[in-house]
Design a binder for this molecule. Structure first.
Ligand SMILES: Cc1ncc(COP(=O)(O)O)c(C=O)c1O
Length: 382
């Protein structure tokens, strides 16, 4: 049977019925009182999700718009920044920074390894002249399924005093604890098609008071993504341009669902599904790509050594209509990635695990007895 596609990729993620229904309403005027109420409600809930008293601004655009906004609103041409890079999205930070002619020092780790927190500490400690204006990292590196230690790195940045912490939390926000204020994070970028359980199209930037002080000196060119215009209008429960009105309906519905579940339960669910997936993969004789202890709560990257990862992915798609993500760049064919982010139930995990086991069996490469993966997952899902 076709038309029963299950997305198990790290975005876009599945969208709940309630959210789809909200999305399908007639648009309303974006300067109406009704829309203002929507902006007010969603902004409050976004602050709750970010665990912050800071401004959280909604942009019509994808996650990269939020990343770029974070850079151009806080930095100036020639500013020295440290960029963490251990995957495709770390590389994207470097590209954005270079596009705006920042002086980028890249702190690199191999793909699959976490960023080395000590390298950040040393670079910040030796910067007695306080030249470093920002430390820019990806929290959950979607391309490799690695979670970086944002809390520790942000703490070093805070001790440095001058630099800002700018974080891509596109696949961590709504999946694990990211308490913006408690961890002293200055800028958080995220996007709707991930833990928010929404279609693509909205992105979010949260800015600390320190980040707004940096805004006053920032001279990088900006217009559509000038966050001051979003800040001024959000104070009047509005938006500077015509926003994606229907996505606001959906955002309101999804944030309410998140609030009903509660942050602790959301984080526990992602943790449980991560552990179930990791253990199942190991039990069926495959390897995890992320270093031990650094698997992301949102994505598990699987390295089926000696096998073509694309063949496994294709069987899972063709036979079961479950979409897994492939490897990017040099990892194409070497890994596949299971997204367990957002609107994912334990049933989805069991189905994906069983389908992967089936695909291995179909290819005649299943090392362990059929059902080993599900049995291992059951320990966490029971
Ligand atoms: C960690 C991370 N950062 C940034 C992005 C970019 O988001 P977008 O494709 O919405 O611009 C993604 C999207 O997959 C991501 O996973």
């Amino acid at each position: 049977m076709q038309d029963k596609l299950t997305l198990m990729i790290p975005g876009p993620t599945p969208v709940p019925e309630r959210v789809l229904k909200a999305l399908s309403q007639h648009p309303i005027g974006h300067r109406s009182g009704e829309f203002q109420l929507l902006v007010k409600k969603t902004t409050e809930l976004l602050k709750w999700l970010h665990q912050t008293q800071n401004d959280v601004l909604t942009i019509s655009g994808s996650g990269t718009a939020a990343m770029e906004a974070g850079i151009i609103n806080t930095l100036s041409k020639g500013d020295k920044v440290l960029c963490g890079s251990n995957g495709k999205f770390g590389e994207r930070w470097v590209k954005v920074c270079k596009a705006y002619e920042l002086d980028v020092e890249v702190i690199q780790s191999n793909w699959g390894e976490p960023l080395d927190t000590e390298a950040f500490k040393n670079a910040l400690n030796s910067d007695t002249a306080k030249n470093i204006k920002a430390v820019i990292i990806t929290h959950s590196e979607t391309s490799t399924g690695v979670i970086n230690d944002l809390k520790t790195i942000s703490n070093y940045v805070h001790e440095h005093g001058t630099a800002l912490t700018i974080a891509d939390c596109v696949t961590s926000l709504g999946a694990c604890n990211v308490p913006m204020d408690e961890w002293n994070i200055d800028v958080i970028a995220s996007g709707s098609q991930k833990g928010y359980m929404l279609p693509p199209g909205l992105s979010f930037v949260a800015m600390s008071e320190k980040a707004w002080q940096a805004y006053d000196h920032s001279n990088l060119p900006k217009f559509y993504l000038d966050l001051n215009s979003y800040r001024k209008t959000v104070q009047k429960d509005s938006n500077p341009f015509t926003p994606a009105v229907n996505l606001y309906f959906a955002l309101d519905a999804s944030l309410k669902m998140m609030q009903e579940e509660g942050l602790t339960k959301i984080f526990e669910r992602h943790e449980r599904q991560k552990l179930a997936t990791q253990e199942a993969i190991k039990a069926m004789g495959l390897s995890l790509f992320a270093a031990e202890g650094y698997g992301s709560p949102a994505i598990t990257a699987v390295e089926p050594k000696g096998l073509d990862a694309e063949k496994i992915r294709k069987i899972v798609k063709d036979k079961f209509d479950i979409l897994l993500a492939g490897g990017q760049d040099h990892l194409k064919g070497k890994i596949f990635r299971i997204g367990h982010l957002g609107f994912v139930s334990d049933r989805d995990i069991i189905t994906a695990i069983s389908s992967i086991e089936f695909a291995l069996s179909y290819l005649n490469v299943l090392k362990n007895p059929m059902g080993s993966g599900s049995k291992a997952a059951a320990k966490y899902l029971n």
